[in-house]
Design a binder for this molecule. Structure first.
Ligand code: GAL
Length: 420
């Protein structure tokens, strides 16, 4: 994969002390793992890691924080670190990894990376995310695609609809579903979910150059452009396709609405596939997966585990064991089959992956080659912190009010201008 994700990465040297993994054979590897994978598919994926870790003598101390998208967990992590009691391993990603590394909070995984040849098995775009100043400070576990539509085939068939290739076609399918009394779009009204829908529209209507220019480069001319107004116009249309009970709904409950045929579609990353699979449903038969309309675009999200600086030989041995397991070929298959994502590791056998995963692998390569691959903003890859916060705030306020597109782009420009 040649083109790299534009990520905000700090350039300063790692400030923290190196974590020397105790080699003491007597250590009982243990690790407290902070994560937010609590839905059906997510929990099965975590269970796979826990079982692998325990099968090799590790003591797993589970620290789940409910709340999709990770904002609730981020608050817990900040308080734990600031109180001097960080968990041994944390599921974080993108610029957040860089920021914690810059603060000196992360250990150095380079020794494990060299032993396990991560430079050879990880694509450069993931190395960019988990390396800080040339050192491995986290280990990626997957590649999720954000820009998917999950659809109920019977609902589409009932209204004679095909998977939409443009946003105008999406609106036409939604109108048909609405007329048939089927919720066109299952959605959870939470800022990260509103932003997930928003970024698929932004990539679809604007393309990668516009997307990165506006949200990573903070080019305010792009933010105030007619194109951005068109994107908010489309969000206003989408607001008319959700059901009245959408506010606050968890993403996986929206996925259930599609599974049961109560709703025709959901725009969500492929962790949603983990829910269908956990319910024993089959792609192509019980649910459909197809990209949101775009020009061959791909919005990438990738989960990683960062090892925070902790003391004690048992904790250090646990971190080393965890880091060694995560990129193993067998584990990469097992975990990603449950999680709905595709392996972070290059060259994992495709045989057991379904058509949605194969489509993701092929589209990722195509988008990388064509330059239409972008990092997710809603999921903290291309941007995090204040920039992501500005997008979430304005998008969710627009979605939940009658704010005009003109006002929305002005609010977004002002918010991004202030975002550091
Ligand atoms: C994303 C995360 C995914 C999935 C999703 C819903 O940010 O990267 O792994 O957990 O949130 O919680």
């Amino acid at each position: 994969m040649t083109s790299k994700i534009k990520v905000l990465s700090a350039s300063t040297a790692i400030a923290g002390s190196l974590m020397l993994f105790a080699g003491a054979a007597t250590a009982q590897p243990q690790a407290e793992i902070l994560h937010y994978w609590t839905s059906g598919g997510e929990a099965k994926a975590v269970q796979a890691l826990k079982e692998d870790f325990e099968s090799k003598g590790g003591k797993w101390i589970d620290a789940p924080v409910a709340g999709g998208g990770g904002d609730a967990q981020a608050a817990v992590l900040r308080s734990r670190v600031l109180s001097g009691n960080p968990p041994a391993a944390v599921q974080i990603k993108g610029p957040n990894i860089q920021e914690w590394a810059e603060a000196g909070a992360l250990g150095d995984l380079t020794a494990v990376g060299e032993e396990q040849k991560w430079d050879e098995v990880l694509p450069p775009l993931l190395q960019d995310i988990v390396k800080h100043d040339g050192k491995y400070v986290a280990v990626p576990v997957n590649i999720h695609r954000v820009d998917w539509i999950w659809a109920n085939p019977k609902a589409l068939e009932q209204v004679g609809a095909e998977p939409p290739k443009t946003w105008d076609e999406f609106n036409a399918v939604a109108e048909k579903l609405k007329a048939a009394g089927i919720v066109p779009l299952a959605h959870g009204g939470q800022p990260w979910q509103d932003a997930t829908v928003f970024e698929t529209v932004a990539l679809g209507l604007g393309g990668a150059e516009f997307f990165n220019g506006a949200f990573v480069g903070k080019d305010l001319d792009l933010v105030r452009s007619d194109k951005m107004k068109e994107i908010f116009d489309q969000m206003r249309k989408i607001r008319g396709y959700v059901d009245p009970d959408f506010p606050g709904r968890d993403w996986n409950l929206a996925t259930g609405m599609v599974a049961r045929g109560e709703a025709g579609m959901q725009i969500m990353g492929d962790w949603a596939k983990g829910e269908f699979v956990a319910a024993g449903l089959e792609p192509g038969k019980d649910f459909l997966c197809f990209p949101t309309p775009s020009n061959g675009g791909y919005i990438l999200n990738s989960d990683s585990f960062a090892m925070f600086e902790v003391s004690g030989e048992d904790n250090e041995a646990g971190q080393k064991l965890l880091a060694e397991l995560i990129l193993g070929e067998d584990f990469q298959e097992t975990f990603n089959l449950y999680k709905g994502s595709i392996p972070a590791r290059l060259g994992v056998d495709r045989t057991n992956f379904d058509a949605c995963a194969i489509r993701s692998m092929d589209d990722l390569k195509a988008a990388s080659d064509s330059g239409e691959l972008v990092g997710s903003v809603a999921h903290e890859i291309a941007a995090a912190g204040a920039i992501r916060g500005a997008v979430l705030d304005v998008v969710t306020e627009h979605f939940n009010s009658d704010m005009s597109s003109d006002d929305a782009v002005e609010r977004l420009a002002e918010a991004l201008e202030l975002a550091e």
